[in-house]
Design a protein around this ligand. Structure first.
Ligand SMILES: [Zn+2]
Ligand SMILES: [Zn+2]
Ligand SMILES: [Zn+2]
Length: 318
């Protein structure tokens, strides 16, 4: 082959780093080429490893693969998503969920970019891109470089060093802003979630009716719209919104058992996107069926204060 895939992939990575590194937010044009070339790098590098497993695996449908079509590059190849699946399940290469998710978001950004132009805020794209860059560098190192000849390694070495330096620069910049933010959001730990747009723990809820991310400055028109985006980013497109009425503010903006907050990132809780109250466990009131904190009486605060209330409510039911 004239231009081997790994060399090709490293060349794309170098372009990505060139577009993203440097002071200040990247320009729209820089972002555009960073996303396009990052997606190209991911595709080339993942498929280079897949091809080592077996050449038929880069076909969209490996069942129809023939060697002659492979050799003449006359075939439809698999998507990045499929490549990730096959690397995990056929080649046995561990790709963690975070990296898998970042790759999916990247593929979506690339498609959106081609149809509508880039709509996500610059900082969000940059943060996601840094995750993918980091993953691809490790992937290269662990799964591709060991299989190259000395000569091939030498040919990409200088470029690869430039990529590493660039990625470090981008990451340290993001880490620096992260540190600053953690100070700013310190007291809001139980009402701050991962931003659906950039993936940073930088979206505090309850302080405004147009929630906005302190890291990438993406904002949403209402708490329930932010909740819908949050669920989709965390659990995928198929997930439906499990919203309930908040025991604190009574708005129907409670995300039931599905929110993770910065103060307790591993334990899903219920969180109101309207007032920012979060609850580790809620039960149905035995009087009126509203969600409430667990109490010995089984009743919510309203029913406790007014014991006639449940009967009135029942009497009014058709
Ligand atoms: Zn954000
Ligand atoms: Zn609330
Ligand atoms: Zn009640």
């Amino acid at each position: 082959m004239e231009f081997p895939p790994v060399e090709n992939g490293v060349d794309y990575l170098l372009s990505v780093v060139d577009h993203l590194a440097g002071d200040g937010p990247p320009s729209p044009r820089d972002l555009k080429y960073a996303v396009l070339h990052l997606q190209a790098a991911a595709e080339v590098l993942l498929k280079a490893r897949l091809q080592r497993e077996h050449w038929s695996l880069v076909f969209k449908d490996p069942g129809t693969a023939t060697r002659s079509r492979f050799d003449s590059a006359d075939f439809e190849s698999c998507t990045t998503d499929a490549a990730v699946d096959r690397l995990k399940h056929i080649a046995g290469i561990p790709i963690d969920d975070k990296a898998g998710k970042a790759l999916k978001v990247l593929a979506k950004s690339r498609n959106a970019l081609q149809h509508y132009g880039l709509t996500a805020p610059a900082r969000a794209v940059e943060a996601r891109a840094a995750e993918v860059l980091d993953f691809l560098l490790t992937f290269l190192h662990d799964h591709l470089l060991p299989h190259l000849t000395e000569q091939e390694n030498q040919r990409i070495n200088a470029d690869l060093n430039d990529v590493r330096e660039g990625v470090q620069e981008i990451q340290s910049f993001i880490a620096q802003r992260g540190k600053h933010l953690r100070g700013e959001l310190h007291d809001l730990g139980y009402q701050t979630v991962e931003c659906p747009s950039c993936g940073e723990w930088a979206l505090p809820l309850g302080d405004t009716q147009t929630p906005n991310c302190r890291f990438c400055h993406e904002s949403w028109a209402s708490p329930t719209i932010a909740a819908a985006y949050y669920v989709r980013a965390q659990y995928g497109d198929q997930e439906t919104l499990l919203a309930g009425q908040c025991p604190q503010c009574a708005e129907p903006a409670l995300l039931l058992d599905k929110a993770r907050v910065a103060a307790e990132p591993t334990q899903p809780r219920s969180l109101c996107f309207h007032c920012g109250s979060s609850f580790d466990r809620l039960v149905e009131c035995t009087g009126c069926a509203a969600l409430t904190m667990p109490r010995q009486s089984g009743l919510c605060e309203d029913c406790l204060q007014d014991p006639i209330r449940p009967f009135e409510l029942k009497g009014r039911r058709p």
